[in-house]
Design a protein around this ligand. Structure first.
Ligand code: S3P
Length: 424
């Protein structure tokens, strides 16, 4: 489905955004292996989290939806059918960690995009732990996971990935001995926080690098409150900054510091963003964000900060087209193996809108400010590309059409309506 957007002048008002996708996947999966009942409020409504729910139900987990609250009864058994993770890398990688320790075999696949994404990064540590996993050539899905007894390992993460870290920790929950994951470059820590909340034998120490250890032990069913997804809020933060006379309050957003480097970068670019009503729920910090229009200048983003804003780079690239001077985004080669090759998708679509962009193997250099022109955008079926260019469309001098725009539903069903509601 194509969606056309006309230029907009200003956005104003209040928005609430769907629940955090990363926390939602983890809450469901940990609920599925915990003893007793887990009640989750504010679960993400997107298709990726639906994929996790569907897989868990196929594995015999009882999940009851009741308004805003969802009840999960722990307990897994062999699925009679193939699991389908759809478009969701988190579903496939985290669930594989759980499945590797079960007493049955499971095959898990995904859509065409997920079948092209690297899975060796989880096959390698799980194999070290004693699992047997077969895949297509090059470690691509479908994966058949022959579950069995695992042993703890010491694993320095070779790639800065919260999905790989979490996969190993989840496998470690059922392994003999201690499992230690060492990360030199910090990544989102939602798994560690939820494991604490649910009573796991987990400890985290941070010195030169973070060292996370887990031991086998029972998780107890818990009450989990899921905050709004910062990565979804990022599109609205950008729109309010870039459109003149805008002022937007985005309520109940997760502001875990391993997710909010985008705010720091925007501040360096000249933005003033207010964080109000900071509070804690289910071991996660939550706040309301107040954003006003502001002129911005270019900046440099690289190194250890990249994993802390990895999903915000598409919208950061749009912001960069409106900033004075050059914005350099480097060390972001991981973007080539996301739902699409995001560096190529960004360069292609930015050029179509008249932006000045240089594509590098590991990043982009964008020179602004440029008055964008309306264009036909190829979303490459990637939700974050579709939403980033929807915001770019608001800034253009003629209408913009986003192809296959329904892919926004992967993380943010209703995105276009929520956006329409704040345009004045
Ligand atoms: C996620 C981790 C990140 C991120 C993805 C969600 C998670 O992926 O891009 O959208 O929930 O752990 P990587 O761990 O592969 O970097």
């Amino acid at each position: 489905m194509n969606i056309s957007l006309a230029a907009a002048q200003t956005i104003r008002g209040r928005s609430t955004i769907p629940g955090d996708k990363s926390i939602s996947h983890r809450a469901l999966m940990l609920g599925a292996i915990a003893r007793g009942e887990t009640v989750i409020r504010g679960l993400a409504s997107g298709e990726d989290v639906r994929s996790t729910m569907r897989c868990l139900r196929q594995l015999g987990v009882l999940i009851e939806e009741n308004g805003n609250a969802l009840r999960v009864q722990g307990g897994l058994k062999k699925s009679a059918t193939l699991l389908d993770a759809g478009n969701s890398g988190t579903t496939m990688r985290l669930l594989s960690g759980i499945l590797a320790a079960q007493s049955f075999d499971t095959t898990i696949t995904g859509d065409a995009s997920l079948q092209r994404r690297p899975m060796r990064r989880i096959i390698a540590p799980l194999t070290k732990m004693g699992a047997t996993i077969s895949s297509r050539e090059n470690g691509y899905a479908p994966l058949t996971i022959h579950g069995g007894k695992l042993r703890g390992i010491h694993y320095p993460l070779p790639v800065a990935s919260a999905q790989v870290k979490s996969c190993v920790l989840l496998a470690g929950l059922h392994a003999e001995g201690e499992t230690v994951v060492e990360e030199k470059i910090p990544t989102r820590d939602h798994s560690e926080r939820l494991l604490h909340l649910m009573g796991a034998n987990v400890s985290v120490s941070s010195d030169q690098c973070s060292v996370i250890s887990v031991r086998a032990g029972e998780l107890h069913g818990s009450e989990i409150e899921v905050p709004g997804d910062f990565s979804s809020a990022a599109f609205f933060i950008a729109a309010a900054l870039l459109l003149v006379e805008s002022e937007l309050m985005i309520e109940h957003v997760g502001v875990n510091p391993t997710r909010t480097a985008f705010l720091e970068v925007l501040r360096e670019m000249g933005a003033k963003i207010e964080i109000a009503n900071l509070r804690n729920e289910s071991h996660e910090p939550i706040a309301d964000l107040i954003v006003r229009h502001q002129a911005l200048r270019g900046t440099k983003v690289f190194g250890n900060r990249i994993p802390l804003l990895i999903d915000e780079i598409p919208i950061l690239a749009i912001v960069a087209t409106q900033a004075e001077g050059e914005t350099h985004i480097r060390d972001a080669g991981e973007l080539r193996v996301k739902e699409s090759d995001r560096l190529a998708a960004l360069a292609h679509n930015l050029r179509a809108m008249g932006a000045v962009v240089e594509e590098l193997p590991d990043g982009l250099v964008i020179t602004g400010p440029t008055k964008l022109r309306g264009a036909e955008i190829d979303s490459f079926g990637d939700h974050r590309i579709a939403m980033a260019f929807a915001i770019a469309g608001l800034l253009a001098n003629s209408p913009t059409t986003i192809g296959a725009a329904e892919c926004a539903d992967i993380s943010f069903p209703g995105f276009f309506e929520v956006l329409k509601n704040v345009i004045i």
